[in-house]
Design a protein around this ligand. Structure first.
Ligand SMILES: Cc1ncc(COP(=O)(O)O)c(C=O)c1O
Length: 465
């Protein structure tokens, strides 16, 4: 007995198909049972023959029934042990987006947070709409796997002007963040290298990416001059990942003598430097530190930069400059890939740069973050006074506080802070080996205003000792 509902939005033939299929699957219609003829069933259901024919055709195509010449349709023999249970007829509940389960903090010192009101939405919208108007025809293709040429040219000019990076647009690869750039490098380098030196303490992500690509990851100690080059030379690593212009997390700047020594290590041993210049735009005093790449543009240096710190980490837009020696392997391995960054976002970014908005935005952000940086230092001086040493100030979106003796220790401070509505990123997460001997706090200031920074530091100073 089948029931068809003329008011259902599901077509009649589909309703019949589903009901017969359910009976076949449940065994109610046994194997080799003969189905009524199309004409009889249509008459019985007061429907058209097309409806029944349509249902039978679909069941036949999927193998639920078979036909015998001049005898009609029969139920196929199915192994009922492997037949899936028919789906529940209960209407599915509307899936709701997951409620954000993250605690909200009154004072969030996470170092990756940007000023929440600083995204240049109006300018971005104008550039986006202009790109839509001008290049909508291009949206019918995938675009260049290496990234939009216009964006690469703009990045090349910007890097030369502001970072002293010397390259051509054909050396630039547009990536969806540092992680993707490192994944590509790991693939390109895995045949000729097996061990990579990383800064300790340092950014945790490169450690994971290289480890996941079966590299031996060797933590090398970091001091005020950057990565310890003696330790690097005595190890067997042939790749060094460094943040020489603003070491993460300590904020040290690698002096020129060490930069030249590092370049010499790369040149004389056939080794490779990965220079991560992630927040170079944010230097609040003195001149920007020129890149390592600019000291030896034809050397074995991969230069990596991002739009995440000044513009938005949500755009997932970054770039890397490959040395000429890696271009052929890159094309051999990646010419069949597609870019993972939206072409429209790339074109928008290119226009944003072309029209001078990017450099104006950088200047604006430098002023905004300098105010926050100064507010943080003032508050630290006022509330912590001589109980701490400030390290790595003057750049970026965070500073580091080394607490003097008699403090509660990182775990307890983080626990107490969370209890008071303060979020701290654990410094120990940047340490590849053990932790640090003294207690160190990593204080990001990008996401709060000056008053919140002051209040947060006051509260923090009351719970550290
Ligand atoms: C050292 C370092 N490099 C790069 C980045 C930026 O990475 P992405 O371009 O994936 O946002 C960050 C972000 O926090 C970082 O800390």
């Amino acid at each position: 007995m089948f029931i068809l509902n003329n008011y259902d939005t599901v077509p009649l033939y589909k309703q019949l198909y589903r009901q017969i299929r359910e009976q076949v699957l449940s065994g109610k219609l046994p194997a080799h049972a003969k189905l009524p003829s199309v004409r009889d069933l249509a008459a019985e259901l007061s429907t058209s023959r097309n409806t029944v024919e349509g249902a039978y055709q679909e069941l036949y195509a999927e193998g639920y029934i078979y036909s015998r010449q001049r005898s009609g349709y029969f139920v196929s023999a199915l192994d009922h042990d492997v037949v899936p249970q028919p789906p529940s007829r209960e209407p599915r509940r509307q899936a709701r987006p997951p409620q954000p389960n993250l605690p909200t903090y009154r004072y969030n010192f996470h170092p990756a947070r940007l000023d929440p009101s600083s995204f240049p939405a109006a300018l971005w919208r104008t550039c986006f709409l202009e790109c839509l108007r001008e290049c909508s025809a291009e949206l019918s293709h995938y675009g260049d796997p290496q990234g939009d040429w216009g964006l690469r040219s703009n990045i090349q000019q910007y890097l030369e002007r502001s970072r002293g990076v010397l390259c051509e647009p054909d050396q630039i690869v547009i990536c969806a963040g540092l992680q993707q750039g490192l994944e590509i490098l790991a693939h390109l380098l895995q045949d000729s290298h097996s061990s990579v030196a990383v800064e300790d303490p340092g950014y945790h992500l490169p450690r994971s990416v290289f480890r996941n690509n079966s590299f031996h990851v060797v933590p090398v100690a970091v001091g005020p001059s950057g990565m310890d080059l003696e330790q690097l030379r005595t190890g067997d690593s042939t790749i060094a990942y460094v943040t020489p212009s603003h070491q993460l997390p300590m904020g040290y700047v690698m002096p020129i003598a060490n930069r030249l020594n590092l370049i010499d290590w790369a040149q004389s041993g056939g080794n490779l430097i990965i220079e991560d210049d992630y927040d170079s735009e944010l230097r609040y005093h003195g001149k920007p530190i020129p890149s390592l790449q600019g000291l030896r543009p034809d050397g074995n240096i991969v230069y990596m930069g991002t739009f995440s710190k000044i513009l938005s980490p949500a755009l997932r837009l970054s770039y890397m400059v490959l040395p000429r020696s890696l271009l052929a392997p890159f094309h051999a391995n990646y010419d069949d890939y597609f870019s993972t960054v939206s072409l429209l976002e790339q074109k928008t970014m290119a226009k944003f740069m072309e029209q001078g908005c990017w450099e104006r935005h950088v200047r604006r952000m430098r002023i905004i973050y300098k105010r926050k940086h100064d507010a943080l230092l003032q508050a630290v001086e006022h509330y912590f006074s001589n109980k701490v040493t400030v390290v790595g100030q003057g750049a970026g979106l965070h500073v580091v506080l080394q607490l003097h003796e008699e403090n509660a220790g990182e775990t307890e401070i983080l626990r107490r802070a969370a209890h008071k509505g303060i979020n701290l990123f654990p410094f120990s997460a940047t340490c590849a080996t053990g932790g640090s001997v003294s207690t160190i706090l990593l204080l990001g200031f990008g996401g709060m205003n000056a008053a919140e920074i002051e209040q947060g530091i006051k509260l923090l100073s009351e719970l550290c000792f």
